[in-house]
Design a protein. Structure first.
Length: 631
């Protein structure tokens, strides 16, 4: 009987299957809370479609579309489906670009109207605003930039876009534009609606609560108009919405024809953690989860420390020691430590892991920020995916791995270059060996080279190709480089100068910081951000909450824990039914706590630790013995 209790959600998978009838499609919203096995249900549904309707889909050259939030999630679903060609899995940006790519005339006209509107808005703000201050000057630069882009529109024949790239060229669209264009075309162009439905009679959107609200409304509009031949399946949980541009009322007031199955089980968390997250969300909705009968009780502790704690990393180390003793689990500390630490802001991770110097200048430039955070910035990939693995292989004496890296990336070993050498190919191979040895000498006598030193060496030897954004730095003579380091301006456009200034600052930092950065971006570090671990799970989780260090204004744990009063803006938003900082913070708290498979430690830095303790006990989140004040 107990094992049957763990399978109470099996009926949900059956209900979803009944929706996926190509002759009588039924759209649905699946509520799937933390650890409910949402991905498993998605995969089961896709396998059912492929088995039941695969022949028909192939006959009409159709596919099932699946949109999910990250490339990693895409890869996981594809792997589970054994790369079924009938299922097209992509991120939201890739999916939308696949729809609008080719409609270049329409894109141009959309941009013409959009840019003109943005310029008018900025001009109106300029008239109202105070002349001569920084805001006015920045606004003037934006106006000039948009006017220039508008004037050059007719010279662009084909627009380009890379969902994982920087998109810096004048013919490039940025990430936000692609989403806006896609939403507009789907809403207002019947042809685009037909293209979507004819290609994907079934479209499933994972993490739908974080899908851009304008795009989601466009998808809902398409479903309403094409309900006889189109199934839109939404999977998610509004309590796990992380990003502010999601549709806040998703799942509410859906048409009566929609199905709304609910998964009740949490297969991930122990019983104690489930009680905690149920209590956290009780102020928001009535959704609750139940745990597996074969799961242990689990372990939860809240440690509250003063905001002015001098050495926070040492204090957090003390917490892991304490948790190890309380849980009798050696993996909480020492050499066997395996703990995932979740923090609010990337700077907190950079500071704790030792790559803050290289991180800060690039993070400060909007056009570089996205690539920095998802690891796709080409200037960084030179160092993280080519130079770093080569250096590590050589230092470990692994000549086979070193040779493989050089063969894969070095232009010196491209077949066309070797063919040009004819019977002098041995000289070419010697040049490669010399290039590698020249690079390795940068680490001689325990030296710690800067990124600039590495870039110069690689550029001089030709060992690796230099990314476009780093050309100006790599091409400088030593004298020119000294001028750049003294902030002597270069004759570039304003945007190029801003980016180049950031790269110049980055170049002065130690190359050794690339290793912890790469570990962090690839998800193999001990640290992760609250936003970056949604959908993931770890045996031991430590959540660090520090409003002062995070330095943001969108979230406030001090307000959530009753230390700070609500502001007038909070009260106004509450009155108007709008989201508040406390709402956002509560969701983040829910997401982080629900990552734990065995035990959970929460570290809260506060100006009033006692008030935090009293509040969380009064709210019923923690029992008295579960809250410890560290001084």
């Amino acid at each position: 009987m107990e094992s049957e209790d763990n399978n109470i959600d099996d009926c949900v998978d059956e209900e979803i299957r009944t929706c996926l009838n190509l002759d009588d499609p039924t759209s649905f919203f699946l509520f799937a809370g933390a650890g409910s096995g949402k991905t498993g249900s998605l995969v089961k549904a896709l396998k059912h479609i492929s088995a039941d309707s695969g022949e028909r889909l192939r006959l009409y050259n159709q596919k099932v579309g699946v949109i999910t939030y990250t490339n990693a999630a895409c890869d996981e679903i594809k792997t589970r489906l054994k790369f079924d060609p009938l299922v097209e899995v992509s991120t939201i940006h890739s999916f939308v670009w696949s729809l609008i790519d080719g409609f270049h005339r329409d894109i141009r006209e959309w941009l013409r109207i959009s840019l003109a509107s943005e310029i008018d808005t900025l001009n109106a703000e300029q008239v109202k605003g105070k002349a001569g201050n920084k805001t006015a000057k920045d606004r003037e630069k934006k106006i000039s930039k948009k006017q220039q882009r508008l004037a050059n529109l007719d010279q662009v024949r084909i627009f380009t876009y890379n969902p994982n790239g920087e998109n810096l060229g004048r013919d490039s669209l940025n990430h936000a534009e692609v989403i806006k264009i896609g939403a507009d075309f789907l809403t207002n162009k019947p042809l685009m609606q037909r293209i979507l439905v004819n290609k994907f009679p079934i479209l499933l959107i994972d993490e739908s609560q974080d899908t851009n609200k304008h795009l989601m409304e466009a998808m809902l509009s398409v479903q309403e108009r094409q309900s006889h031949c189109f199934c839109l399946g939404l999977l998610g949980d509004t309590m796990q919405r992380i990003y502010s541009d999601g549709k806040t009322d998703l799942g509410i007031n859906l048409p009566k024809s929609w199905k709304t199955p609910v998964k009740r089980m949490n297969h991930r968390c122990p019983i104690r953690v489930i009680r905690l997250i149920n209590q956290i969300r009780s102020a928001v909705d009535k959704q609750t989860q139940r745990g597996r009968t074969d799961k242990p009780e689990g372990f939860v502790r809240l440690f509250v420390l003063p905001t002015d704690t001098t050495n926070k990393q040492a204090a957090e180390s003390d917490v892991t020691q304490r948790m190890g003793g309380l849980t009798n689990d050696l993996s909480w500390f020492g050499d066997a430590k395996k703990v995932k630490t979740l923090i609010l802001e990337h700077h907190m991770a950079a500071r704790r892991m030792g790559f803050l110097e290289m991180f800060k200048p690039l993070y400060g430039v909007d056009k570089l920020k996205t690539g920095l955070l998802n690891g796709t910035l080409s200037g960084l990939r030179l160092f993280s995916e080519q130079v770093l693995p080569l250096i590590e292989a050589k230092q470990q004496g692994n000549e086979f791995a070193a040779a493989a890296i050089v063969r894969k990336f070095s232009p010196l070993l491209k077949s066309c270059n070797l063919e040009q050498l004819g019977d002098k190919q041995s000289e070419g191979l010697q040049k490669v060996r010399e290039a590698v040895e020249a690079l390795m000498t940068l680490w001689s006598n325990n030296a710690k080279p800067r990124f600039l030193d590495v870039l110069r060496c690689v550029n001089q030897s030709g060992l690796f190709e230099i990314p476009h954004g780093l050309y100006p730095i790599a091409a400088r003579s030593f004298t020119e480089q000294q001028s750049a380091e003294k902030d002597i301006p270069t004759p570039l456009s304003e945007d190029q100068n801003i980016e180049l200034d950031a790269w110049d600052q980055f170049m002065q930092t130690p190359f050794e910081q690339i290793k912890p950065y790469a570990d962090y971006i690839n998800g193999i570090a001990d640290f992760g951000t609250h936003q970056g671990v949604k959908g993931l799970e770890f045996p031991r989780v430590m959540v660090v909450m520090d409003d002062e260090e995070a330095g943001g204004f969108l979230f406030s744990y001090e307000k959530l824990f009753g230390v700070k009063d609500k502001t007038k803006t909070d009260l106004k938003n509450e009155q108007d039914g709008n989201e508040t900082g406390i709402d956002r913070t509560r969701r983040l708290f829910y997401v982080t706590c629900s990552r734990a498979e065995k035990s959970l430690a929460i570290v809260a830095y506060s100006a009033n630790p006692q008030k935090v303790r009293d509040h969380v006990i009064r709210e019923g989140w923690f029992d008295e013995h579960e809250v410890e004040l560290f001084t």
